[in-house]
Ligand binder design. Sequence first.
Ligand SMILES: Nc1nc2c(c(=O)[nH]1)N[C@H]1C(S)=C(S)[C@@H](COP(=O)(O)OP(=O)(O)OC[C@H]3O[C@@H](n4cnc5c(=O)[nH]c(N)nc54)[C@H](O)[C@@H]3O)O[C@H]1N2
Ligand SMILES: Nc1nc2c(c(=O)[nH]1)N[C@H]1C(S)=C(S)[C@@H](COP(=O)(O)OP(=O)(O)OC[C@H]3O[C@@H](n4cnc5c(=O)[nH]c(N)nc54)[C@H](O)[C@@H]3O)O[C@H]1N2
Ligand code: SF4
Ligand SMILES: [Mo]
Length: 850
Amino acid sequence: MELTRRKFVKTTAVALASAAAAGTMATMAGCAGEPAKGGAQAPAGQGDVTRTVGVCRFCGCGCGVIVEARDGRLVSVTGDPENGSNRGLNCVKGYYLASALYGDDRLTTPLVRDDKATKGAPGGLREATWDEALDLVASKLRETWKADKSRLAFWGSGQQPIVEGYCTAKFWKAGLLSNNIDPNARLCMASAVVGFMNVFQTDEPAGCYADIDEADVFVTWGANMAEAHPMLYSRLTARKLADDRVRHYDLTTLRTRTSASADKVLMFKPGADIAIANAIASYLVENNLYDKAFVADHLQFKQGTENIGNAFEDGYDASETGQSVDAVTSITFEEYAARLAPYTLEYAEEVSGVPAADIQELAEVFADKSRKVLSLWTMGVNQHNRGTWMNHCIYNIHLLTGRYARPGDGAFSLTGQPTACGTAREVGTFSHRLPADLLVAQEPHRRYTEAIWSLPEGYLDAIAKPGFHTVKMFRELSKGNIDFLWSAHNNWAVSLPNLTRFLGRGDKRGVIDAFICVSEVYPTLSTQYADVVLPAAMWVEREGQFGNGERRTAVFEKAVDPPGDARWDLWMLMEVAKRVLAGEQIGGKDAFDVLFGAWYDPEAGAFRGTDREVSRAIWEEYRTFSNPALNEAAAAINESAGLKMEAKQLAPYDLYIDNHGLTWPVREVDGEWLPTLWRFCDGPQADGFDEQGVERYGEHDRAGGVSFYKSAGKRPSVVFRPWEPPAEIPDDEYPFYLCTGRLLEHWHTGSMTRRIAELDRALPEALLDVNPADCERLGVKDGDRVRVTSRYGSCDITVSTTGRTAPPEGIVFAPFFAEETLINLVVQDVYCPLSKEPDYKKTTVSIEKI
Ligand SMILES: Nc1nc2c(c(=O)[nH]1)N[C@H]1C(S)=C(S)[C@@H](COP(=O)(O)OP(=O)(O)OC[C@H]3O[C@@H](n4cnc5c(=O)[nH]c(N)nc54)[C@H](O)[C@@H]3O)O[C@H]1N2
Ligand SMILES: Nc1nc2c(c(=O)[nH]1)N[C@H]1C(S)=C(S)[C@@H](COP(=O)(O)OP(=O)(O)OC[C@H]3O[C@@H](n4cnc5c(=O)[nH]c(N)nc54)[C@H](O)[C@@H]3O)O[C@H]1N2
Ligand code: SF4
Ligand SMILES: [Mo]
């Protein structure tokens, strides 16, 4: 921590060099998409082993890994000690990563369906050539595009590497002039993103993983880190072990492995978290325990639309309430305090079931300025009918107590997927966004994007209106209002909520009329609904880039070739784009050439260079968004519209490889590239207010060593948000809350991890965790099969009272990794009205023995 930024970079470089010399690090083949040949670096006696640097393809922790291959096959994956995010740590999914590529049934040939009636069941697909498959996909896409642009859609992912996501967004937005593109991150980080934008006007966490090493108190607000962020959880427990004064408060609706090691568990009724957070804020204000200087120097106060109901059906977004949910008005601190006043500890106890004394204890923790407090949260907060509001409520407490943007003292929204930040959010694959936080609805943002994409001025005005968000996209699909869907890096037929809506009920299979193209590495339930399946190169079978939860961008190098005819997703995209855009012009020039000609040769059907060279070229264009100085026209718009695009500066491509990942902003100072660990504050490895910062943003009002120069008026907003109940409340017919989520061994829909024998054996079945008292009442015991039924659909599952989670009476838990269980047939598709992120955590259900 004592290091200056400059020294830090130098020291890192030295460490890297010596590690390489010692042969413990990957080769840094500065060119090639070719795996580096081991030679001198191969361990003795192991022959032709190659080592490459990578990042785990599973969770948002973004652990660095070293990949070893021999004879074209991966032989080992181990933690990368040089990666600043994990420093060599991995979890069990990381250890078995290599096996993820070698399931028996990898897709190695394009597949085509001739008879639509076979959709939804296994089989019905036949092998095809790439030309046949691509021609078919492109002709259907072009046909739909020419007929009615509102009837086509792309569903993407926070697992899609950065340059692939960037090109997909560019094709969809600039090539097709369509905003009907959205990622699975809508199901995941959308509430966090809207929270960030509303409060700070910038989508980014201010802190980094090193906050965990510095905090004195941890507060998890609906995050099961032990199962879902194991590497960070190890860091949390290491911090606890290092200092017995460190405390962990776990706020949760059911006991998890994370609760097991917490010092205190505050078990609350689903959705009551807002009442607890407001009671804490109220207690701090009422008792004069907030940070008056911070409030006066840095904050503004607001309130928004209330009683916003629930987005049960499509009509909601267009309704008067739906249209008003984003509105906020300024209020004074005193008005804010008055709004909070009804949230007494006793009222919060009544709503949440958490004893008032426990809530007071937590409030006192936030009041105690001698200790640093780190809040962490994930899907319990985001997948919430008031998910955006709950994000606000956590920031409110941290802002009131001046605990934000300070090492170890912050509010950290954890990211789920390996590149939900890097791709979905940063390159903008959402229906309302453009790259680098820009929005389709903002005119200067469109002008700026046009400048970088070499489009005529005004070209993107055709997409000024956002397209379908994910839930809307699939609701439209289920109604027959989508004719063409392409999905990649996701398994929507398992992961979406309320699957019954489009997969049908009971024995009746749903009919999906749309033409569906799925790019995949394994057969899944989604490929069963596909008309064409495109076999993809997986993980290190090509080069890629991920951006993890602490703003760290890292590259995974290509280590082996893909099997059979499987190809890079980016190649598929180029081949479809070239066919669809054939004969089209942008500003009098060939459309494909304008968009992709620099790195793809359509005649040859090949990239103009190796994976490395192509990735670097695309990165350089993308990097211009955050380095306007690289483009004169963009620089002028940045200046005149005051966009401050350089605040998220990215470095040249190869530095990410040389440094095993770098956290943005990476700023160039005197020819050196400096990564940033902490945002908006002064100090080593923080983005600070050095001469360059002052030159750019003006002399900072940096009272207390922080400056929120990205926020409106340089003041983040404390927004009062009331507690409003969950969309559904248990009743006689549906007496239980069903909470769904994850367990350590499996990744999401299980399509990869269930093909890894060790992980499959460790957790072979998705069980329904039920409280023993509820079991008695229902007359069921461990191992019994039950039918779980909601207003939406039903599924059958096995009961357990000894599972990973221990729910209180009235709540049951199921993971969603098992397609034979398909819990999402049951889960509601009600979403947070602001973020449009569905609430997977509180569907009311009935349970009966079968
Ligand atoms: N092993 C494994 N790890 C993963 C993944 C995986 O598939 N497998 N996926 C990754 C992804 S994409 C994500 S998004 C993350 C998710 O990571 P998490 O959000 O940590 O995990 P979940 O199991 O989805 O959510 C469980 C939590 O939801 C909380 N919860 C339930 N209802 C409420 C409520 O009303 N309010 C609040 N505040 N909390 C509530 C529970 O208390 C519990 O702590 O995991 C990532 N890591
Ligand atoms: N019940 C319930 N449902 C949920 C959630 C919940 O908490 N509860 N959480 C939601 C959340 S937060 C998330 S993030 C989503 C995740 O949901 P999805 O993203 O739909 O699920 P994944 O299983 O991650 O799907 C990724 C797919 O990509 C494939 N794949 C792997 N590598 C490649 C590649 O290189 N190219 C291509 N083309 N494909 C590849 C894998 O085989 C896998 O099938 O689930 C959501 N669904
Ligand atoms: S799954 Fe997450 S914690 Fe485990 S190795 Fe991969 S990135 Fe790290
Ligand atoms: Mo997620």
